[in-house]
Ligand binder design. Structure first.
Ligand SMILES: Cc1cc2nc3c(=O)[nH]c(=O)nc-3n(C[C@H](O)[C@H](O)[C@H](O)COP(=O)(O)O)c2cc1C
Length: 314
């Protein structure tokens, strides 16, 4: 059984988070992951507080285990959602795309565990100083908005500058990734792409099929010119975004090309115009399963690898 201080800190069985995924990880998926012994996370994305409250209540009706909410700090509704998580007494908040310092006191006073996503050592140091409870070091292999560094490089450097528990995210889809993350100094993992094909994940079947059929080179990064790179599957939309980035189109027009495209992928399965966020690890995701099986399998596969690691030492 893989156990770490993260399990004690949060009262979870396996040190596995299902990463918040905008337009995708709702109360149903989060509850299924938490019932499986990991930590399910509802994504607030750009949604208003009322939506997030509804999803929290759905999750709470489906599980007695702790679950979390991921707050995208760039969202126009971030202030609203920051209050909702306090009112609803959510166990864990993860944050992305910014600095959560102005909310920290309220969340800590409410007993919420705050676990920011960090893409760099500087961010890790800042979040440690601000009183975070743990950190998620997310490498650029991952799906969604990404930083510059890869997981292999980022995780040990983050572990070197903090005493907080660190979760590794980005490029982890099986027990080998979990074992490697622990070897790098992490005490848990956050997984996104593999949960896209969980049976309880309510996205359009076209999205799931694209993930299951993806190969190692199936993803592309766009948005670098706008300062917010995003990793998604290669599709007609992402290829035209990529080309437009190197054309003389204005930044405003380029930004406009991406608006509303996540919903077209997740809800409508629009293969032409949707933006199918996914990590490089999509090439390793080839089986739909219940979320609980994914959580358990990740850890069960890591166990013999970690036990066998002493074979390297002569
Ligand atoms: C479809 C998709 C949507 C995502 N949306 C968010 C989000 O709204 N907020 C966030 O902090 N991270 C987001 N992420 C990142 C995940 O939470 C997670 O850290 C990442 O997927 C881990 O890497 P992996 O995709 O290689 O497993 C998203 C990832 C994916 C694949």
């Amino acid at each position: 059984m893989i156990k770490s201080k993260l399990c004690e800190l949060l009262g979870i069985t396996y040190p596995v988070f299902q990463g918040g995924m905008a337009w995708i990880s709702d109360g149903h998926l989060a509850a299924a992951v938490s019932n499986g012994g990991g930590l399910g996370i509802i994504a607030a994305g750009n949604a208003p507080g009322a939506y997030v409250r509804e999803q929290i209540q759905i999750a709470a009706s489906l599980t007695k285990q702790p679950f979390g909410v991921n707050i995208m700090l760039l969202s126009p509704f971030a202030d609203e959602v920051a209050k909702v998580v306090v009112e609803e007494k959510v166990a864990v908040v993860t944050t992305g795309a910014g600095n959560p310092s102005k909310y920290m006191k309220d969340w800590k006073d409410a007993g919420i565990r705050v676990i920011p996503v960090v893409p760099s050592v500087a961010m890790a140091k800042l979040m440690t100083r601000l009183g975070a409870d743990a950190l998620i070091a997310e490498g650029g292999e991952s799906g969604g908005h990404i930083g510059e560094l890869s997981t292999m490089v980022l995780v040990p450097q983050v572990c070197d500058v903090t005493d907080l528990p660190v979760l590794a995210a980005g490029g982890i889809a099986d027990g080998r990734g979990v074992a490697a993350a622990l070897m790098l100094g992490a005490c848990g993992v956050q997984v996104g792409t593999r949960f896209l094909v969980a049976e309880e994940c309510n996205i359009h079947p076209n999205y799931k099929e694209k993930i299951l059929k993806a190969n190692d080179l199936a993803t592309i990064t766009t948005g670098k010119r706008l300062g917010h790179p995003v990793r998604s599957l290669k599709t007609p939309l992402s290829r035209s975004l990529f080309q437009a980035e190197y054309s003389d189109i204005s930044d405003e027009a380029l930004e406009e090309m991406g608006v509303g495209k996540l919903a077209l992928a997740a809800r409508d399965g629009d293969l032409q115009n949707g933006c199918f966020l996914a990590g490089q690890v999509a090439g390793m995701v080839n089986r739909a399963q219940p979320a609980a099986d994914i959580v358990r399998e990740l850890c069960e596969q890591a166990e013999p690898l970690l036990k066998g690691a002493s074979a390297w030492v002569k």
